[in-house]
Design a protein around this ligand. Structure first.
Ligand code: 13P
Length: 250
């Protein structure tokens, strides 16, 4: 049976010292789960010290970004080889903040996804429409385009996770209704089934992201096609992240 995935994207928060304190408390209080994986994605400067703490512990480590070469004259970039070497298992590729603030295109994201997986890690591909695109009825078209371009010539789908993060729901407190998210998740699964095959599509983990919090996690996880969440703000406090991790399908 596929395991659900509860992932925390710390974005640009926490110094290395704050990260260590946070992770130690999380480890002290986290329960043992058989049906779900827990992942944290701290900033680059915290990855190494946290990787040392998480060895053989029940929380996985992810990075928020990566470059698509293993080494070279790329000032300011971090390579997949460097991430792999310290035990990073997942890399978020194409987060909407990378697309919209830093100008990442589907072509760049495609290279990042491929390189991440080639290096033996799992890629979390983020897709999502902006508010004006949703209002114009273009949600499915945007998602289809992003997925097709980001996955061009990519066949290692076992190592892919897709996160649906509507841009209008990120950091705004405005969560998509569970049924709105479910509708897009169904669309994504059908699209993956068309591009690859039905079995891949059924096994694919599709996360929802955008103002996930303790108050809405149980409702979201009730939806059949939501296999987990990618949490921003609400993963930065131990209490609230633990409540999200401990979601209950009532
Ligand atoms: P918020 O949970 O803060 O809306 O952020 C979501 C997100 O971007 C996760 O990657």
């Amino acid at each position: 049976m596929k395991k659900f995935l509860i992932a925390g994207n710390w974005k640009m928060h926490k110094t290395p010292n704050e990260s260590i304190i946070f992770v130690n408390e999380l480890l002290r209080r986290i329960k043992d789960y058989k049906d779900r994986d827990i992942l944290i994605c701290p900033p680059f400067t915290s990855l190494y010290p946290i990787s040392q703490i998480l060895k053989d512990r029940p929380i996985k480590l992810g990075a928020q970004n990566v470059y698509f070469e293993n080494e070279g004259p790329y000032t300011g970039e971090i390579s997949p080889l460097m991430l792999k070497d310290i035990g990073v298992e997942y890399v978020i590729c194409g987060h909407s903040e990378r697309r919209n603030i830093f100008g990442e295109t589907d072509e760049i994201i495609n290279k990042k996804v491929k390189k991440t997986v080639e290096m033996g890690m799992k890629a979390i591909l983020c897709v999502g429409e902006k508010l004006e695109e949703r209002e114009k009825g273009k949600t499915f078209e945007i998602i289809e385009n992003q997925i097709k371009k980001s996955l061009e010539n990519f066949d290692n789908i076992e190592n892919l996770v897709i996160a649906y993060e509507p841009v209008w729901a990120i950091g705004t407190g405005k969560t998509a209704q569970p049924s709105q998210a479910e509708e897009v998740h169904i669309f994504i699964r059908e699209l993956i089934s068309r591009i690859y095959n039905k079995e891949f599509a059924e096994n694919l983990i599709i996360l929802y992201g955008g103002s996930v919090k303790p108050e809405n996690i149980d409702q979201l996880m009730k939806e059949k096609n939501i296999d987990g969440v990618l949490v921003g703000n609400a993963c930065l406090k131990v209490d609230s992240f633990l409540r999200i991790i401990d979601y209950k399908i009532l």
